[in-house]
Design a binder for this molecule. Structure first.
Ligand code: CO
Length: 214
């Protein structure tokens, strides 16, 4: 049996051949630049492949993935991604996509010492604490887990609108619009949580409106 690495390079050759067979200029076009309309922020989970589940082609979606699709205000990685997407790519939509059966969310429901993951998961545990009454009223463990996945998406959408680059562009142009989705890994279905983000922002603007200049 061939090792995984050999396999990957063989797959790559087959992929190139497939792309070129339908469009000989495929890679030439790709190399010219990108102007994606979407920034997708999702989980690193190997089963949640952003482009596949959206049927998207290279060039259409700017992507950032981390454990449990979190927007942590001190994370310079996600801040840089959001700034670049908003200011330079001028994306029209930012999508936060969680997924059922998320290992990160599950870990947050079970207090334990997880080393380096402790500080990362703290953001999720904060979501749990913020919605503790609702979550603990759900007796079915699986449903409670699903609900935390959904509430986490909502809270991360709220975290996105706290970011100055996002507010600055939104005041100027009305974009980006923020969307909260959940990927149902049990069925393959993509669910739009239909969050009313302008209302969410007006509810919290007394606290978080930065009235950014420029
Ligand atoms: Co996950």
């Amino acid at each position: 049996m061939k090792n995984t690495f050999e396999h990957i390079f063989e797959n790559n050759k087959a992929w190139i051949a497939e792309k070129l067979s339908t469009n000989p200029a495929y890679f030439e076009n790709l190399s010219k630049g990108q102007s994606p309309e979407y920034l997708y922020i999702g989980c690193s989970d190997s089963r949640v492949t952003a482009e596949d589940l959206m049927g998207a082609e290279p060039g259409q979606i700017f992507i950032h993935r981390n454990i449990a699709n979190l927007i942590v205000p001190t994370d310079s990685n996600v801040n840089a991604v959001v700034q670049y997407a908003v200011e330079h790519l001028k994306v029209k939509h930012i999508i936060i996509c969680g997924h059922y059966e998320c290992g990160g969310v599950k870990a947050a429901l079970q207090p334990s010492d997880m080393g380096q993951l402790n500080s990362w998961l703290q953001t999720l545990r904060d979501v749990f604490r913020l919605h503790q009454a609702e979550l603990e009223s759900i007796k079915d463990e699986k449903k409670r887990f699903d609900r935390l996945v959904e509430l986490n998406v909502r809270e991360q959408c709220i975290n996105i609108i706290k970011i100055d680059h996002v507010q600055r562009m939104w005041y100027k142009t009305g974009f980006p619009q923020i969307h909260g989705w959940v990927f149902n890994i049990r069925t393959g279905e993509l669910i739009d949580l239909d969050l009313d983000m302008p209302k969410e922002f007006s509810d919290i603007r007394k606290i978080y409106d930065l009235k950014p200049l420029g």
